[in-house]
Design a protein around this ligand. Structure first.
Ligand SMILES: [Zn+2]
Ligand SMILES: [Zn+2]
Ligand SMILES: [Zn+2]
Length: 340
């Protein structure tokens, strides 16, 4: 490719600038590496301090009592929720301004009882239990008629917004479809209206043929670096065949996902030298009207670049690593696959 190229995301229509003029070495990124500075002795997520994290709504346990030690994954309400279960769906109007109660659910998935064990270090069978917790909680939140959609996300490292080192992800259920998910759903619907095809299925088909951005293609779950990657080593993990909802994924699908996600996370951890990152899981809004064009996917977003005035002013992120190069690195050197 040429040294700089504007690329349009086929789902959202948003542009990014792939800019190779800087030719960065990973050490040149404005890295804010993950600091592990929480005192394990004060961590509310460590095994033995279940009371500090709060009463569990779900846990993976073999033979132990609720809210006691002896778990491998544990889900609790967020102690500082941005959205609350109690509230009204009705809006308020003040002249030209509209507002709503922060109604919703906000839960924390504690991914391991061990303090210093990041997600990328969990073996596939333990990662499976984290995915099981996401699936189970989404199924449950979906039954609450007040919620229209939910997003699962993870912050790893201070640069990614994490406040605690102990590995955890979060679920947020909303009374609306939040704007990022809305943009994707409407973009996917527009593509479907034009072509009669799911845009994610179309991306999958083209990437399987092309191969340059393919990271993993041997299982029912695939991983690609998207054509219009917003950040270095952005990676999408999604089902090979059409599936609108993560919460309807089978046990076998979760098994494939735990293998692929584990490889992707280990590869990125190696390639970018333990970067901060966010994970975002997008599943179709609960209503069911979008099932033909929406396709669930997980986005891995390493936080190794910063938005400057250029990005805030234009809305076009500048990515100094081409997705083709990132996929090549992730294919060739994967600690979990023994590529090193
Ligand atoms: Zn801890
Ligand atoms: Zn699809
Ligand atoms: Zn998405």
């Amino acid at each position: 490719m040429v040294e700089t190229e504007l690329r349009r995301d086929p789902i959202t229509g948003r542009s990014v600038l792939i800019d190779l003029t800087a030719q960065p070495h990973p050490n040149d990124f404005l890295l804010e590496p993950v600091r592990q500075d929480d005192e394990p002795a004060a961590c509310p997520f460590c095994e033995g301090r279940e009371g500090n994290a709060g009463p569990e709504v779900l846990a993976w346990r073999e033979h132990s009592a609720a809210n006691a030690p002896g778990w491998s994954v544990r889900v609790v309400p967020n102690r500082r929720p941005m959205l609350r279960i109690e509230g009204s769906q009705a809006g308020r109007v003040d002249g030209i301004y509209e507002s709503w109660d922060g109604l919703g659910a906000h839960e924390v998935v504690i991914e391991t009882p061990v303090h210093d064990q990041p997600l990328q270090d969990l073996p596939a069978d333990r990662l499976w239990r984290v995915l099981w917790a996401w699936r189970t909680r989404l199924q449950d939140l979906k039954r609450d008629a007040r919620f229209v959609s939910a997003v699962v996300f993870k912050n790893h490292g201070r640069a990614a917004g994490a406040r605690l080192d102990h590995s955890h992800s979060q679920l947020a259920a909303y009374p609306i479809v939040p704007s990022v998910l809305h943009e994707k759903v409407r973009g996917a619907e527009a593509h479907f209206d034009r072509t009669g095809q799911c845009v994610f299925c179309a991306i999958t088909a083209q990437e399987l043929l092309d191969g340059r951005r393919m990271v993993s293609d041997t299982l029912p779950i695939i991983a690609i670096t998207p054509f219009a990657s917003r950040v270095p080593f952005e990676t999408w993990v999604m089902p090979r065949v059409h599936a609108p909802r993560f919460e309807e994924a089978s046990d076998e699908t979760l098994t494939a996902m735990s293998v692929v996600l584990g490889e992707v996370m280990a590869g990125i951890d190696w390639a970018l030298e333990r970067p901060a990152y966010n994970l975002v899981l997008h599943t179709a809004p609960f209503g069911g009207g979008d099932d033909r064009w929406f396709h669930w996917h997980l986005e891995v977003i390493p936080r190794v670049t910063r938005w400057s005035g250029l990005e805030w002013g234009s809305g076009i992120p500048r990515n100094p690593v081409s997705p083709e190069e990132a996929a090549r690195v992730l294919r060739s050197a994967n600690p979990r696959r023994g590529g090193l």
